[in-house]
Every structure is written in C-alpha cells, then in structure tokens.
Design a protein around this ligand. Structure first.
Ligand code: SAM
Length: 214
C-alpha cells in the first residue's frame, strides 16, 4: 500500500473542504490529514477515496462521509486516555481517527467479514484498538463505564443499555431518527440519573440493527 505525495495532496484538499463546511477542531482535521483513507477502501481510485462522500464497503455497509466522521468526532471532544466505545467498526476508518486522538477505543461490529478484516488491518497500520464482534446496541457492559460513546449507524431511539454504560460527565454521540433521516444527537450524563440531550444537524446513516435498535 502506497501513500504518495498525490494522496497527501488529495487529503490536504479534503481538509480544506471540511474547514469550508464548518469543521473547526484542528486535532480532528490533523488526524484526517494524516490517515490514508484510501487504504481502507482499496477498490476505489485515489480521487474517489478523497471525495467527501460515503462509499460502499463489504457486507452492504458504508464508510461514512469524511464530513460526517469529522462532525461526530468534533462533538465527542476526545481527550487523550479516554475510554471510548464505538458502535459500528465498519471499515475501521473512524476507529483510527479516535486512536490517533489518543483514545483507548473499544469498537464493536455485527458483520463478521468487517470484524475479521479490521482486526488484522488496523494493527498492521499501527492503530491498536479492542475489537468486538456482536450487537453494539447492547454496548459492552463488562467494559463500562465509557467516557465517550459513538454510534456510527442510525438508531430509532437512544438505547437505555448505552445510557447505563456512559460515565458521569461522559458524552454519547448518536444519530437518531427513521430509516431516511437521522438527527445528530449528543447526550451528556450529568449525574447517576440525569442526562442532557442536544440535537444538531440531520444526516443519513445505514441502520443500527440489534436488540435495542431496528
Ligand atoms: N465507523 C465506520 C467507518 O468508519 O467505516 C462506519 C460504519 S457504517 C456507517 C455503520 C456500521 O455499523 C456498519 O458496518 C454496520 O454493520 C454496523 N452496525 C449496524 N448495527 C450494528 C450493531 N447493532 N452493532 C454493531 N455494529 C452495527
């Protein structure tokens, strides 16, 4: 796998586009500029890999649009050493961004093919995470609490299982809506029993499928 000046140049252009679309967090932009997205989607040309678009990956799933990845990551405000649960490993691209920001990532995927691929590929690239195969709508109770929870598929509602696994002071970012459109939502756990919800822009994700989802 080759990461040439051409690829680096295409990433610079992508970062410029993300800034123009409103992404401000320099750490997030730096991670996007560093990570070779084309390695995660080898069947596409370099030009296509660095368009600001979601693309099809194996198992009928998608790698999210870079803008969506940046938007969700910005809302998380990741601090180094935080324990982060990511639901929907997919291609592993978002996982690598979280690791790059210094998070201790627990990532779960329900599609075996994608799980098998990322468990080998990400460590090879130098991104160490804790990989799980299963239904992420149930979270990973034995590893809770998490400082941050990121859901990268569209949920019909906010699973209570995930609320329970959020640390006090922790933040969850989750797209919530119907099959066609979801509202990016953050939930902050203020105390044992109190949660604060804020809604942001609308997006379109593949569905979160599971016991506490579709
Ligand atoms: N973060 C991914 C990336 O960077 O490529 C994007 C993933 S894609 C938009 C959403 C992923 O969520 C898919 O791979 C899908 O199989 C997965 N998914 C859907 N429901 C899930 C569940 N209940 N548990 C775990 N993964 C799930």
């Amino acid at each position: 796998m080759l990461d040439s000046y051409k690829h680096k140049g295409l990433r610079k252009v992508l970062v410029k586009q993300l800034k123009e679309k409103g992404i401000k967090d320099e750490r997030v932009l730096k991670a996007i500029e560093k990570i070779p997205r084309h390695f995660f989607i080898e069947k596409y040309s370099a030009e296509v890999a660095y368009e600001d678009k979601a693309l099809k990956i194996d198992a009928g799933q998608t790698i999210s649009q870079p803008y969506t990845v940046a938007y969700q990551t910005e809302l998380l405000h990741i601090q180094s050493g935080e324990k982060v649960l990511e639901i929907g490993t997919g291609s592993g691209y978002q996982t690598s961004i979280l690791v790059e920001l210094g998070a201790n990532v627990y990532t779960i995927e329900r599609q075996k093919d994608l799980f098998n691929k990322t468990t080998v590929f990400l460590p090879k690239l130098g991104y160490k995470a804790n990989f799980y195969l299963g239904d992420g709508s149930m979270g990973i109770p034995e590893q809770a609490p998490f400082n941050k929870i990121l859901v990268t598929a569209g949920a019909p509602n906010i699973p209570d299982t995930l609320l329970k696994q959020l640390a006090i002071g922790g933040v969850m970012v989750i797209p919530v809506g119907d099959e066609n459109v979801q509202t990016m939502t953050t939930v902050i756990r203020v105390s044992e029993t109190e949660f604060e919800k804020v809604e942001f822009a609308q997006f379109r994700f593949v569905p979160l499928i599971g016991d506490k989802a579709w």
